[in-house]
Design a protein around this ligand. Sequence first.
Ligand SMILES: [Zn+2]
Length: 330
Amino acid sequence: MKPDIQRKIFACFDGNSKAASLEGLALELLSRQKNTWRNLSESYSALDNVSVRDLHCDGYSIKLQLNHGRILSSAANLDLKFIEKRSCFLCVEHLPEEQSAILYGNEFLILCNPAPIFPQHYTIASVRHEPQFIEGSLAAMFALAKDFGARFHVIYNGPCCGASAPDHLHFQAFLAGELPIENDIRDERKRILVKSHKGVFLYKMEGVGRAVLLLEGNDWRQVEAYLSRIINAIKRSLNVSDEPMMNLLCTFHEDIWHVMLFPRRKHRPDVYFRTDAEKMLISPGAIDMAGLVITPLEKNFTRLDVSLIKEIFREVSSDEGMVAGIIEGL
Ligand SMILES: [Zn+2]
């Protein structure tokens, strides 16, 4: 192991650890980091006074969070030439001096997210500098969701739809309970069963203003296999060989795996690129697609309304026809 990594380790978790739960270790890490890292402590304190607005769209709701600390992520320059030249902020040698980590299965470092959206918010970065790419890492996502436990969600943002480090494989984990989509998926009228296979059930969400596929099953290998099939079906429907644009949200709750897949056709909406007063610094990833829309600028937070949100979702999400094609192609 690189000495840089060794130096950063606060604890190790290998999945067989009986001594401590991952949730407990992660909470302890956060608590220690708040004591030793002033900027981190201030960014979590700022969350206590964060402004939130509810917007009631037709049949579903979303929450807006005004979060000044997210400016670097929302405004991240994702130009490939720029990414190649900048030093990667998820590589261990570039982590802030004060930052420490939980080494997870020798493969990932669990880090306190320095720009939190939730009171417990972690970034889970590969120990290697390797591109953000889900194929081959689905099993890690399922393991993380199980080890973090039912109180947490684990998310994956595709390299072209929300990941601010598309060149370094990473997930995020955070406390569940604050995402509006959690209410929607409990509403039987909104979840339409479209397929089932080997104990895995595929639902399409209706009436939520954007494309959401939900997979549920109690055998992660079967859920993983079905998820791979869906990803391949999206590739075929778009006629692409690279990873299709998407966000994933995975939870393990009452012995059932729940995976939400948000198929996308665009990362940032047109209003992001405007140069006049209409510009909106909104850069949707899994959290936004799950209904908690983050904006770092007060003027955007105040001006965002139902029609703008509906338009942004319509623009960045796959449309009805694409979703129908994906399901047909399974
Ligand atoms: Zn890196």
